[in-house]
Ligand binder design. Structure first.
Ligand SMILES: [Cu+2]
Length: 121
C-alpha cells in the first residue's frame, strides 16, 4: 500500500503546483466546462482536461442551499453562491495528475460534494 501511494502523491503534487501557478496565465480563456451543484453532489464529478489546457469552470448552483468549488491544495475557488446563481474560475492545468475539488460549506464535502480533475498528457 505505502509503496503504491508514493508515485501517486508525487503526481498530485505536480498537478497542484501547476494549478497554483495558473493565475499568471489567464490571458487565454480556453473552453468552458459547466459543473452543476446540488444537494449533495457535483454533476459531473469528474472532469478530464489536457495538460497545458486553460479551462474556465462555470459552477451553476442548481440546488437550494449555498455551494462553492474549491480546488484542493490551490488557492483557486469560486464564491459561495446561492441557489440559481453561478460563478466561474479559470486555471491552466500544466502537469498530468489528479486534482480533487470539493464544496467547503461545512458538511457538504462529507455528504458527497467532491470530485476530481484528471489532467491527461
Ligand atoms: Cu455545498
Amino acid at each position: 500500500m505505502s509503496y503504491l501511494r508514493r508515485p501517486l502523491i508525487r503526481h498530485v503534487a505536480g498537478a497542484l503546483l501547476a494549478l497554483m501557478l495558473a493565475p499568471g496565465v489567464l490571458a487565454q480563456t480556453g473552453r468552458t466546462v459547466e459543473v452543476r451543484a446540488s444537494e449533495f453532489a457535483f454533476e459531473p464529478n469528474q472532469l478530464r482536461v489536457e495538460q497545458d489546457e486553460t479551462i474556465t469552470l462555470k459552477l451553476v448552483n442548481a440546488g437550494s442551499l449555498s455551494h462553492n468549488i474549491h480546488l484542493a491544495g490551490a488557492d483557486i475557488r469560486t464564491e459561495t453562491i446561492q441557489g440559481g446563481g453561478s460563478d466561474t474560475i479559470t486555471f491552466t492545468a500544466g502537469t498530468d495528475g489528479i486534482v480533487s475539488f470539493f464544496c467547503n460549506v461545512p458538511g457538504h464535502k462529507q455528504a458527497g460534494m467532491e470530485g476530481e480533475i484528471v489532467i491527461e498528457r
